[in-house]
Design a binder for this molecule. Structure first.
Ligand code: TXA
Ligand code: MG
Length: 325
């Protein structure tokens, strides 16, 4: 691990080739996807994968997503059934991750999937991710490029802030379009299950393969102790706010915004969920730095992308574990 801050590079033929060479040498490279920036490593290299867990300070029982250039590359690693192929046909490349049984002889590091007999695979839609995957020619294991438990990065500057001294380089292609992580669906069992709401809505997926288990569970208000703190800014959050106190910052949504507060940012004045998703993490970061005591958050409808937005907000508001030394 170097102490110097990683170079932030615009993607060109040369920098993408250099990034592929760094991956081949076992180094970590941050790169843009259409959802959030990823912290990439050679998925077949145990030491490189171990370096990802170390860089993020991530518990090693939490498995990583394996990124591939196309469906053919995915078929080489996992057993894709009819449902998986239908979803791939409709939504790959795109913000959809499928959890499927590993094929026998699958070369991906067991550490990447935390020793499970399943693998989470995704074909991203971002041209830089695709070019990097093609230049590298092997699967790339990539969690979001943030320290474990913190907000996911939607710009190269966010990556540099959190992990700048832990990556070989950061490919910078501006803010990500979707702004929320991919939707994770478990297809390793007979019942298709939503594991993480994300950039592709449950409604869109259900239109292709029928009802998903776990959609209600993702929305149900759980006992706060059960909810894992994640995607967390430094300040505490207050959800479903209808007003804002003088020492609070406000994360607003829609046309009716209560007055007051130290600083207000509106996810989408028009109430558009796609725009709100794209703004969510960057706005939480800016409100975090506003000098307020707490962030008040207005309600967002529990439908479409609103499910994923609310999932992230509930986790951000969950009780925090004591800060590690
Ligand atoms: O949009 C995204 O998915 C981004 C970009 C970089 O692609 N990546 C991302 O990765 O969000 P990460 O590591 O932050 O989240 C991976 C999620 C976790 O919720 C993890 O538990 C789940 O995928 N996951 C990975 N492998 C799994 C498996 N074999 N079974 C069940 N869940 C799995
Ligand atoms: Mg993450």
């Amino acid at each position: 691990m170097t102490r110097a801050t990683a170079a932030i590079l615009k993607p060109t033929e040369e920098t993408i080739a250099a990034a592929a060479a760094a991956l081949a040498a076992g180094k970590l490279v941050a790169f843009p996807t259409e959802t959030v920036y990823g912290l990439g490593a050679d998925a077949t290299d145990d030491r490189a994968v171990a370096a990802v867990f170390a860089a993020k300070d991530r518990p090693s029982f939490n498995p990583l997503i394996i990124h591939l250039a196309d469906q053919t590359a995915a078929e080489a690693l996992v057993e894709m059934d009819e449902r998986a192929r239908m979803l791939a046909k409709h939504f790959w490349p795109g913000p959809l991750t499928l959890v499927l049984p590993r094929r026998e002889g699958c070369p991906v590091s067991l550490l990447a999937s935390a020793g499970l007999d399943t693998l989470a695979v995704r074909v991203p839609r971002h041209p830089v991710a695709t070019r990097l995957l093609r230049a590298f020619g092997r699967p790339i294991a990539a969690p979001s490029a943030n320290p474990s438990g913190r907000l996911s990065p939607t710009t190269a500057a966010h990556v540099a802030e959190g992990l700048g001294d832990r990556v070989a380089m950061i490919l910078d292609d501006g803010p990500t379009a979707i702004g929320l992580e991919s939707t994770v669906i478990d297809l390793s069992r007979p019942e298709a299950r939503l594991l993480r709401p994300g950039g592709l809505t449950a409604e869109e997926i259900e239109a292709v393969i029928g009802p998903l288990a776990g959609v209600e569970a993702a929305a149900a208000p759980r006992s706060p102790g059960m909810l894992e703190s994640h995607y967390a800014p430094a300040l505490p959050l207050r959800l479903e706010a209808a007003s804002v106190a003088a020492d609070e910052a406000l994360l607003a949504f829609g046309p009716q915004v209560p007055p007051g507060g130290r600083k207000t940012l509106n996810l989408s004045p028009a109430g558009d969920l796609t725009q709100a998703a794209a703004n969510l993490f960057a706005f939480l970061r800016r409100l975090d730095a506003s000098g307020a005591r707490r962030i008040a958050v207005m309600g967002v409808p529990e439908q479409g992308l609103g499910r994923a937005i609310n999932d992230r907000l509930r986790r951000a508001a969950a009780p925090r574990p004591a800060f590690p030394a």
